[in-house]
Ligand binder design. Structure first.
Ligand code: NAD
Length: 451
């Protein structure tokens, strides 16, 4: 059954959800507080890089089923049957999740729910009838216990139902992930509300887990904390491999073939980054403190990750002694390939430290230069071309395994660099033997000391 949906927050999650649900046949109103963003979407453009989303948005807009509005333009009674909340939940300095956007979203919904005025906005020829009692569906990642609190404070007094429906899509493959979820998790105190949300995903063929709200919230944190643990674990093994002379790539293959372990998320490197893992792991750690529970394993995961991203700095110091005046190229600013998202990207921690030690840093990224420019020291030269960044450099750090970097013309790169050339392969994405044949001193993460 097709329904009217409002999606609040047009970031990676909200924009994908809005466009995908419009593709499924629903009538969707995408809402944000950022006028620039809303303008771009209205023109059928996507204001960030996410493969496949441009087509989905254009199709939605031309079908008439996907429309956009500024939060201040939406009036009472226009919310439809479901309001998906997909606003940001960044970290506070303490590590706690900052819920101010979520709380503002709740207040916004309550203000507009319940009246029948303005129904025509969501309508149109052949459109389903609009409900005036929307169900609030939380797609944002909020700490366990939040839904119950929000529900009690904002929704119960006005009789609105709340559903926790955490999102598991990954930036860079978000559109594919939306349509091919591994599972759908739905937490609610209302069986009817849970069933309405479940119906949205009926054709996706994924297992559905229906739980209470707090359990659904914990599933999301448990998943991210476990994946972060896997990464920090393989990085610890990698660091041991460097010390004993083993190759972590082979070790990962060897242990990953055990189905109890699994081969995914066993890539040694500079550790995890992005807008989710660091903040969600920090929020769970903070929650543990609030409950006076020392979640020791999680603290180690965080500490290992913080150290891991600085490995290139330690290696470069070892090779060059002082970094003063050493031209260093950093390839990759986004936290992973195929996105322009630089939130918590390892390169963004590393580069300011290299600059502080006097290195002459230039950095390249196919998509993330603009976003990185806003947060990096002004004297770092930024370019989309790896070869340009490598011109005259003596050392190169591969920080993000973008295809164009992995498959770079490394012969040409070697010609452009100054000898002796040094490469720190922070993603174990390059062939050590080939790099050495081109005259590079090579160091990966856990591939045995070769430099
Ligand atoms: P984002 O920061 O890219 O986007 C959030 C959007 O919400 C922004 O466009 C912002 O302008 C808007 N916004 C803020 N306050 C608002 C309000 N009161 N009303 C309307 N819009 C408002 O965030 P994101 O990466 O899409 O993540 C959203 C949530 O989903 C977070 O809780 C995140 O943890 C979770 N999540 C993200 C991913 C991911 O890969 N990015 C995956 C799963 C879950």
């Amino acid at each position: 059954m097709f329904v009217h949906i409002t999606v609040l927050g047009l970031g990676y999650v909200g924009a994908v959800a809005a466009a995908a649900l419009a593709r499924d046949g629903h009538h969707v109103l995408g809402v944000d507080v950022d006028p620039g963003k809303v303008d771009r979407f209205r023109q059928g453009e996507v204001p960030f890089h996410e493969p496949g989303l441009d087509d989905l948005v254009r199709d939605g807009v031309s079908s008439g089923r996907l429309r956009f509005a500024l939060a201040s333009e939406v009036e009472s009674g226009q919310l439809g049957d479901l309001v998906l909340v997909a606003v940001g939940t960044p970290s506070r300095p303490t590590g706690a999740a900052d819920l101010s956007q979520v709380e503002a979203a709740m207040a916004w919904v309550v203000e507009r729910a319940g009246s029948s005025a303005g129904v025509a906005v969501a309508g149109g020829p052949g459109a389903p009838a609009v409900s005036t009692r929307p169900i609030v569906v939380m797609k944002s990642t909020v700490p366990p216990g939040t839904g119950r609190r929000l529900s009690r404070r904002f929704l119960e007094p006005v009789g609105l139902a709340y559903v926790s429906n955490p999102e598991f899509l990954r930036e860079g493959s978000a559109v594919h992930d939306w349509f091919h979820p591994d599972r759908i998790v739905i937490g609610s105190e209302s069986a009817e509300a849970a069933a309405r949300v479940r119906a949205l995903y009926e054709d996706y063929g994924a297992p559905v887990l229906v739980t209470d709200v707090t359990t659904a919230e914990m599933v999301k944190y448990g998943a991210n904390a476990f994946l972060a643990t896997k990464i920090s674990f393989i990085n610890e093994l990698a660091n041991m491999c460097d010390r004993v002379g083993a190759d972590v790539e082979e070790v990962a293959r060897g242990i990953g073939l055990d189905p109890r372990i699994g081969s995914q998320f066993l890539r040694a490197g500079l550790g995890y980054g992005g807008s989710c893992f660091p903040k969600d792991v920090a929020a769970l750690d903070h929650l543990a403190r609030v409950y006076d529970y020392p979640f020791e394993l999680l603290r180690a995961v965080i500490a290992v990750n913080a150290r891991q991203r600085l490995l290139p700095l330690y290696a470069l110091r070892e090779v060059f002694g002082s970094l003063a005046g050493v031209p260093v190229a950093v390839l990759g600013l986004a936290f992973k390939p195929n996105t322009d998202d630089v939130r918590e990207a390892p390169a963004l921690d590393l580069i300011p430290l290299l600059v502080e030690e006097g290195a002459d840093v230039r950095a390249a990224d196919p998509q993330a230069v603009e976003r990185a420019r806003a947060v990096l020291p002004a004297d770092v030269k930024l370019t989309t071309s790896a070869l340009e960044a490598l011109d005259g450099a003596r050392a190169v750090v591969l920080a993000t395994e973008w295809d164009p970097f992995v498959h770079l013309d490394w012969e040409e790169a070697a010609r452009r660099m100054e000898a002796p050339r040094y490469v720190f392969d922070g993603r174990n994405a390059l062939d050590p033997a080939r790099m050495e044949a081109l005259g590079f001193r090579y160091r990966g993460v856990g591939r045995g000391r070769r430099d």
